[in-house]
Design a protein around this ligand. Structure first.
Ligand code: PLP
Length: 330
């Protein structure tokens, strides 16, 4: 199979903006710092899941699905962007939220409702149980004569940042920018694996820094390489898992006490991005990733001629359900 034969439903105009962070450069006394603004997309307030959704919805249409299903926590950006994409394409979407129904709807949950998704609360179950309930719901929809498509397969979703890497590379070449290092959150692995596959096919022009926001280094590495392996086998992309993993630098020293728990450095990064650049980060993914970039810049561990590029994966609406920690920023 060739990439051009893999079904894809375009959801936004690309490329997304690539900008220089000039006040941060002055603040850190280090030139060549950039941000690829995947938070700036015109659909559903944007974010990395839009790129994967182009391939998930492409697969759903190819399978003649007439109802989409997605599962996640109420703060999930994937659920929010699936709801926006469903609205824009006129598809029905069922969201299964792994929590009790909250007293008030805020952040992404508020948006999911506005986008018109059908929302069910399945109680505070873990990821495995949530997946089981999602598959069971699909089976139930089939018994009712519908054709459901379950959003989230990493093998398919990884192609989103395969094309994201090619897009960044095109921008870098066209503007002759010195970008050599890319920073992405290390989480479930779909985005990371996709970017590493794109980078590998290009001959690894970038070193890809992946500060974990969720798992330890070894777990994260295992997740990413497993997705690369399956996705390469499925898509027939011209690269190997070893080539992908060669350009990855995986960290877990920016994670602190875990997922969604801020660190001193992530709160500083949140404040610096906002106050120097007017760029809004959030608590779970982007502030820890930006903290990694700031830390490496301060240590002078990367030559100053080599440009750094923070990939802003979005998630900003989640900030409005994260106010609890904000006082600590100041
Ligand atoms: C989901 C998400 C990520 C992580 O993406 P994975 O592909 O699951 O690793 C990073 N940033 C934001 C804002 C997200 O919503």
């Amino acid at each position: 199979m060739k990439l051009s034969q893999i079904p894809r439903l375009p959801l936004i105009e690309q490329p997304t903006p690539l900008e220089e962070l000039k006040r941060l450069e002055i603040y850190l006394s280090r030139p060549n710092i950039y941000a690829k603004r995947d938070d700036c997309m015109p659909l559903g307030l944007g974010g990395n899941k839009i790129r994967s959704l182009e391939f998930w919805l492409g697969a759903a249409l190819e399978k003649k699905a007439n109802v989409l299903v997605v599962a996640g926590a109420p703060v999930s950006n994937q659920c929010r962007l699936a709801a926006a994409a469903a609205a824009k394409t006129g598809m029905k979407l069922l969201i299964l939220h792994s929590s009790e129904r909250p007293a008030k709807y805020e952040g992404n949950l508020l948006l999911n409702q506005l986008f018109g998704a059908e929302i069910h609360f399945i109680g505070p179950v873990d990821e495995e149980e949530r997946g089981r309930i999602a598959r069971e719901s699909c089976a139930e929809l089939e018994r009712q004569g519908l054709h459901p498509y379950l959003i989230g397969d990493p093998t398919v979703g990884a192609l989103g940042y395969f094309t994201g890497a090619l897009e960044l590379h095109d921008q870098v070449k066209a503007r002759a920018l010195p970008i050599r290092h890319v920073f992405l959150p290390g989480s479930m692995g779909t985005t990371e694996a996709g970017f590493l596959m794109g980078n590998a096919v290009l001959g690894n022009p970038f070193t890809v820094h992946l500060p974990s926001v969720e798992y330890n280094r070894h777990e994260l590495e295992a997740k990413i390489s497993a997705i690369c392996e399956k996705s390469i086998a499925w898509s027939g992309l011209d690269c190997t898992v070893a080539q992908c993993m060669n350009s990855a630098v995986i960290y877990d020293n920016y994670l602190g006490d875990g997922y969604n728990v801020p660190t001193h450095a992530s709160l500083e990064a949140l404040r610096l991005a906002a106050s120097l650049e007017g760029m809004v980060l959030e608590n779970i993914y982007t502030s820890k990733t930006f903290a990694c970039l700031i830390d490496l810049a301060r240590r002078n561990s990367l030559p100053s001629n080599d440009g750094l590029c923070f990939i802003h994966t979005g998630g900003v609406p989640a900030l409005f359900a994260q106010q609890g920690f904000i006082e600590e920023v100041f």
